[in-house]
Each structure stands twice: as structure tokens, then as C-alpha cells.
Design a protein around this ligand. Structure first.
Ligand code: FES
Length: 81
């Protein structure tokens, strides 16, 4: 699975760095290095909706507060399939 986070300026201001660190930490904790390819990218054209994150081609919006829940719901559920 490809997990991508936007580090463009709008998402950066909303806290994408914090979310990226959390995702890194969760990927390590759950031993997902071989299952999840984690990338950072610049503006995904979805600035108004908050921190943009994509899983493969699907774009989602998260905040630093919802990032962990997002990871558990969207990422873990897929890798466990
Ligand atoms: S800066 Fe992240 S979607 Fe535009």
C-alpha cells in the first residue's frame, strides 16, 4: 500500500509534520515497513479540506487529532486483510 502525506504549505501549516511523525511511529510500532510505503508529496490540490493524505489513489483529509484514528481505521484495516 502507498500512503502519502501532503507537506505542501497549506497542509504544513495545519500540522502535517506532526501527522507524518505519528504515521512513521505507528508504521514502526506495528511493523508495517514491508507493507506500507510511506511518502511525502507537495500540494495535492485539496488544501481547503485540511491535511491531505492518500492511500493508493484515494485522497482523505485528517487533522493531528484524527490522524491516529484514521490510521487505525483506514490503514490497519487494509493491511490486515
Ligand atoms: S498543501 Fe496540501 S493539499 Fe494543498
Amino acid at each position: 500500500m502507498n500512503l502519502t502525506i501532503c507537506i505542501g504549505s497549506s497542509c504544513h501549516l495545519k500540522g502535517s509534520k506532526k501527522v507524518a511523525q505519528l504515521f512513521e511511529q505507528l508504521i514502526d510500532e506495528k511493523n508495517l515497513r514491508d507493507k506500507v510505503n510511506f511518502y511525502a508529496t507537495f500540494c495535492m490540490g485539496n488544501c481547503q479540506n485540511g491535511i491531505s493524505v492518500s492511500i493508493d489513489d484515494q485522497v482523505y483529509s485528517v487533522t493531528p487529532e484524527t490522524a491516529q484514528q484514521f490510521f487505525e481505521k483506514e490503514v490497519l484495516s487494509r493491511v490486515e486483510e
